[in-house]
Design a protein around this ligand. Structure first.
Ligand code: PLP
Ligand code: TYF
Length: 397
């Protein structure tokens, strides 16, 4: 049966992680995978999460199945983060939420729902993007088209080309947008550009699908929701895939949420019933531990304050590394890398080409994605001078 199966290529990012683990050099550096590391290069469990786990250990009484869409208070808390505490979408009934395994699960269940219910057949995805987007769309049975996003010459958003290309989309097509901290470029639309995008999608009757994997890693929990909330102002119906992998450091707990907003409550109830079918046929019901952690933290004022503090310190450490990196590169004569300080979140498109990235790995044990994407969260005060030396060497070659 299986002898005709070809070996699949390794995931370009997770495969890099495997290669990094195998590298025996003592001073190797991982700027590949998008996982936060502290100044000691460790991906630690947040204190608020540890405390919530202690509470759960004491109080949790059952491991019986969760409801298909997860616990209702979990979805409600996710909507508060997405839309803001006072939004009509928190309790009004037009927005329904469903716990999915990670942001990936939310993207997939959303795409399955779109395909199974013939909502649309084509989804427009930014070029470049997180590579899994294309595969998720295809696996769910959707066709994808790409819209330009990155202006290489100016290290900026190719906004005019993006809108121009999306003008070719036909009514009813889906448009996938990154809410903030665009992966891989780190470049997000400005407030003015979000306004234009949101109105444009509404006028063209395109269906927004927003990937919200990094809330709190850009400018703040509320600030990072600007794009989503602007889309919500003009578009009666849309989907959001949010993730608690990064902002709670819950990567392996697979905690994410699909939220679908419908034009009216009656429609939302019908949508929910179909989303449930999509969940049932894919995973039956979600894993509980991650969502119980999130719910415990967000419902306890002390733990919530601690979470906000811990998230802030992750965000601020990354921002500090951006500034330090660009200054040190300038001082070393590597050129002008100031654009790195304008980018948001874990990632930067460094502008380094494939050969330069290869040389970083071969000659210096520094691992980054071939596209030139570096994970700024992997930089710290102990390794930054070596990174600067290495980048300077490869750009001057
Ligand atoms: N969307 C984007 C843009 C991402 O970078 C990631 C990262 O892993 C995800 C979705 C998936 O997140 P999760 O690990 O929660 O599935
Ligand atoms: O882009 C990243 O590095 C993160 C982590 O198949 C990731 O989003 C990368 C690849 C992948 C799953 C997660």
């Amino acid at each position: 049966f299986f002898d005709r199966i070809d070996a699949a290529p390794a995931d370009p990012i997770l495969g890099l992680n495997e290669a990094f683990k195998k590298d025996t050099r003592a001073n190797k550096t991982n700027l590949g995978v998008g996982v936060y590391q502290n100044n000691e290069g460790k991906t630690v469990i947040l204190d608020c999460v540890k405390e919530a786990e202690k509470i759960l250990l004491e109080r949790e009484e059952t491991k019986s199945y969760l409801p298909i869409t997860g616990l209702p208070e979990f979805g409600r808390m996710a909507r508060e983060l997405i839309f803001g505490k006072d939004s009509e979408f928190v309790d009004g009934g037009k927005a329904i939420s469903c716990h999915c395994p990670g942001g990936t699960g939310a993207l997939r269940i959303g795409a399955d729902f779109i395909h199974q219910q013939n909502v649309a057949s084509t989804i427009w995805i930014s070029d470049p993007t997180w590579a899994n987007h294309y595969q998720i769309a295809t696996s769910a049975g959707l066709k994808f088209e790409r819209y330009p996003y990155y202006d290489r010459a100016n290290h900026n958003l190719a906004f005019d080309r993006m809108i121009e290309t999306l003008s070719q989309a036909k009514e009813g097509d889906v448009v996938l947008l990154h809410a903030c901290c665009h992966n891989p470029t780190g470049i997000d639309p400005t407030h003015e550009q979000w306004e234009i995008i949101a109105k444009f999608l509404a006028e063209k009757k395109l269906l927004p699908f927003i990937d919200f994997a990094y809330q709190g890693f850009g400018h703040g929990i509320e600030e990072d929701a600007y794009g989503v909330r602007t889309i919500a102002k003009y578009n009666p119906e849309f989907l959001i895939a949010s993730s608690f992998s990064k902002n709670f450091g819950l990567y392996s707990e697979r905690s994410g949420v699909l939220t679908v907003v419908s034009a009216d409550v009656e429609t939302a109830v019908k949508v929910m019933s179909q989303v449930k079918i999509a969940v049932r046929t894919a995973i039956s019901n979600p894993p509980a531990h991650g969502e119980k952690i999130v719910t415990t933290v967000l419902s306890d004022p002390t733990l919530r304050a601690k979470w906000e503090d811990e998230l802030k310190s992750m965000r601020e450490r990354i921002a500090k590394m951006r500034v330090l990196l660009s200054h040190k590169l300038k001082d070393a004569g590597a050129g002008d890398f100031d654009f790195i300080t304008e980018q948001n979140g874990m990632f930067s498109f460094s502008g380094l080409d494939k050969d330069q990235i290869e040389a970083l790995k071969r000659d210096f044990g520094i691992y980054a994605v071939a596209s030139g994407r570096i994970c700024v969260a992997g930089i710290n005060t102990n390794n930054i001078d070596d990174i600067v030396k290495a980048i300077t060497a490869v750009v001057k070659k």
